[in-house]
Design a protein around this ligand. Structure first.
Ligand SMILES: [Zn+2]
Length: 176
């Protein structure tokens, strides 16, 4: 078996059911730029996702793929609005199924990978998993906005959508 994970690209396609029956393991990288939906959510599309996958049969006799996908992805820091690199990791645990019905029959620890007969797009699956693992908001780990902004004047607040009750509260508590 080849053991040079970071140096070769992950194959783009493969037959997941055949892989499961043969107990195939794959590893390699996926260039972020080749995943258009993921790239759209990022500030930079450089870099690579490190992937390892192990296909097999579960104790419930389901065809499965497990593994990991991880990358440093560039998002916008919600505090300073500059770019921030965030480690994003996805633990992959999928049951390979034909349809929704098959998906519902999976044990709880498996998410469905609905795919037809024959060859499937592995990059598409990785993209989906990474999208699900993207943090909703990102921040620099260090305090990236000048402390003075916080100590003087009003703290920066996210605007809340107004509802009638809040408006009432504001009226009641408005300073005289
Ligand atoms: Zn920041």
């Amino acid at each position: 078996m080849f053991k040079t994970p970071s140096l070769k690209p992950l194959p783009k396609q493969g037959d997941p059911r055949k892989f499961a029956q043969q107990g195939i393991s794959l590893d390699g990288f996926v260039p972020v730029a080749e995943l258009p939906r993921l790239a759209e959510s990022l500030q930079e599309t450089t870099g690579e996702i490190q992937v390892d996958l192990a296909f097999g049969i579960s104790v419930e006799k389901k065809k499965i793929v497990t593994g990991h996908a991880s990358a440093e992805l560039t998002l916008v820091c919600q505090r300073c609005l500059e770019n921030v690199k965030v480690p994003v990791k996805s633990d992959i645990s999928l049951g390979i199924v034909w349809d929704e019905e098959g998906a519902e029959a999976l044990p709880e620890y498996l998410d469905p990978w609905i795919t037809g007969e024959g060859v499937a797009d592995l990059y598409d699956m990785i993209e989906e998993e990474m999208l699900l693992s993207l943090p909703k908001v990102a921040y620099h780990e260090e305090l990236c906005v000048d402390r003075q902004l916080f100590s003087s004047g009003k703290p920066v607040e996210v605007k809340k959508t107004k509802n009638p009750f809040q408006v009432l509260e504001q009226l009641k508590s408005s300073p005289k």
